[in-house]
Design a protein around this ligand. Sequence first.
Ligand code: ATP
Ligand code: MG
Length: 322
Amino acid sequence: MKRVLSGIQPSGKLHIGNYFGMMQPMIQHAKTEDLYVFIVDLHALTSVQDRDRLRQGTLEAAVDFLALGLDPDRCTFWVQSDVPEVCELTWLLSVLTPMGLLERCHAYKDKVAKSIPASHGLFSYPVLMAADILLYQSQVVPVGKDQKQHVEVARDIAIRFNNTYGETFVIPEPEISETTAIVPGIDGQKMSKSYNNTIPIFLDDKALRKRVMAIQTDAAPVEAPKNPETCNLYALLKLFAPPEKMQEVHDLYINGGAAYGYLKQDLFELISDYFAPARQRKEELLASPDYVRQVLARGAEKARIKATVTLDLVRDRMGLKY
Ligand code: ATP
Ligand code: MG
């Protein structure tokens, strides 16, 4: 059994990029591995500085995960800030983190370019993420491709720590599925909560249809042959359509005859059907917030036991026990 860990930010409505890049693989891992999955509210503070939005977003992200099928009895599921040991480890790791390592991170540069304030917290986001991964001695970290570099930063920090203070941390590996590595948003860029280009997982049909109809496509006439590889509508259809349907769509792109309006209607119906059972479960869970809080409290208790063992070892290794 491998220790598998990954987190998600409550920085906005969870979207189908989150689902295919991270949530679906995590829900599967809960069945076979020693799974750690958590809502990273401390990370979300880098972009959400509204008390109510963060509080509601955190609970809702937990509800979403449970509604989509995460079994909390077969994993450790908690909210990051409920285990404050991670903040102490962040400092201890940051003294070993070269500036250059963080200066190279694309996610920071991309977010600043999109007008998210360039705070010290946003800059050191990967160190907090390294602390998350290393605190629980994680072996595998399932992520979308956008987070691969951050897992590499965690590896570098762990190796540096082990070289300086002796074997302490497990060196983690990223796990990225080739087919869902980067789900495009409706504008063709990476789908991201903070880029306002998402298709949220949980929308009612009217809002979902409107969102799908807003997917940007080129202006080529219906009869013209089109390149499926460069079309974000095609990439999104591929996530939901069965193989026979996809073969048909592929032929239409190559030979001409692909009408974007009809294909968007197909995509809307496919997404709506795919998430219908989860939408139903979400309604039920929203009606029992106490149950959800209980699940998270139990998870935090379990996570904290592991966290304390690692932090104790790290303190000792670094000479903080005198
Ligand atoms: P933000 O814009 O606030 O950074 P986000 O939408 O990028 O939000 P995160 O919470 O940063 O979502 O990421 C949660 C997980 O979802 C990570 O494992 C990340 O790699 C994955 N993920 C996010 N966006 C995509 C995407 N477009 N395609 C595939 N995986 C994704
Ligand atoms: Mg992100």
